[in-house]
Design a protein. Structure first.
Length: 62
């Protein structure tokens, strides 16, 4: 994470906070809530991540 703060919630009910300068790994089965405007660099398998992004964009579009 370059800056900001997020909280990651996992399907098992646990949560993890990430903030500036943290290095993280978020396994499948999570959602992210931004606490403070965040700049994040993500590395993810393209095919799997594209499916997630398509799903999110469809939900936003209504």
């Amino acid at each position: 994470m370059i800056s900001g703060q997020v909280v990651v919630a996992y399907t098992d009910g646990t949560e993890e906070a990430c903030s500036s300068q943290d290095l993280f790994h978020w396994p499948a089965g999570h959602s992210v809530r931004v606490i403070d405007d965040a700049e994040v660099i993500l590395f993810s398998p393209q095919a799997e991540h594209s499916a997630v992004m398509d799903h999110m964009l469809a939900k936003i579009a209504g």
